[in-house]
Design a protein around this ligand. Sequence first.
Ligand code: PLP
Length: 376
Amino acid sequence: MQFIDLKAQQKRIREDIENRIYGVLDHGKYIMGPEITELEQALAEFSGVKYAMGCASGTDALLLAIMAHGVKPGDPILTTPFTFIATAEVVSLIGAVPVFVDIEPDTFNMDPKALEKVIQDIKTKGGVMPKGIIGVDIFGQTADYDKINAIAQEHGMFVIEDAAQSYGASYKGKGACSLASIGCTSFFPAKPLGCYGDGGMCFTDDEGLDKVMRSLRVHGQGGNKYDNVRIGINGRLDSIQAAILLSKFSLFPEELELRQQAADRYGQLMGDSDLAATPFVEADNKSAWAQYTLLAKDQKLRDPILEHMKGKGVPTMVYYPKPLHLQDAFADLGYKEGDFPVTEDCAARVFSLPMHPYLTQEDQESIVKALLAFKA
Ligand SMILES: *Cc1c(COP(=O)(O)O)cnc(C)c1O
């Protein structure tokens, strides 16, 4: 059994993928070929935004987004410590300062009340006001952007959506990547919509931000290739990856349904287990189910459960065992254990079960049977 089965999907569209790759080999426009624009248009429409821009990875998408917002060295940027390193890494990379905000214990996303409190504390202490917020849609469910955007507006901050795990999700009827000034996603192979290498995309309704990001994507390009008007990066998406994504996108809406069905089956099979809580999805939300993440009822249970599952031949993963505020890479931010109690508790209790669109009922029955056979 595999944690994520990419082969089952490939089997369905192998010939189409090959034809599209041959198409790129034939026209030879490996960089910024016609597949890029085709993909950008298709995904902009799917996500309900005006502009979509392919880029080299989800990390670059976030980097381009904060650069487009003019983030400067020393600017504080709010985000959560319960995410993949890239979310806060890009902030530090340009010399800005990640400021962490604790999460909600049920959705694992930024807690708007904690966000208000962090901002009030900075004000009270006369600190530098944050320039913006990066909300993270962890495990496939979007954060609460109505609340986050309202708080941001009150304080004149921008909001960026890290939708690396939530492409295809929805929030109150609106698509992931359309919920903030810029939505950023990743096409890393294991994400809900993945390519066969690295890739990412930035989404926005703001023509100005789109223009600046398109310039930043190619070394701060101006009117032509050798006119540079700002410092940028080499952050383009390859034509071959866009070709592969166009093929995979044809299955994507169906695969989102299949992921939802797999999640529903897990929920039914788990019932009201006293070992672990099943994922909570807000009534107005639809998750893209990047992960199916359980919360062990007790910190002491998590690692023994993982050992037990290993013995049964069931792959499990922990996203994320070490919160960002406790990573050596962020030691200079001065955080310590106990600063974000909800994040720390969740990091010690979460574990994820195999999740992909082609999980069978039988596989899921044996996974849950193995789990429920655990005795503390
Ligand atoms: C995967 C991921 C990223 C980075 O995407 P890459 O394409 O791997 O660079 C950023 N944020 C989150 C939440 C992710 O899961």
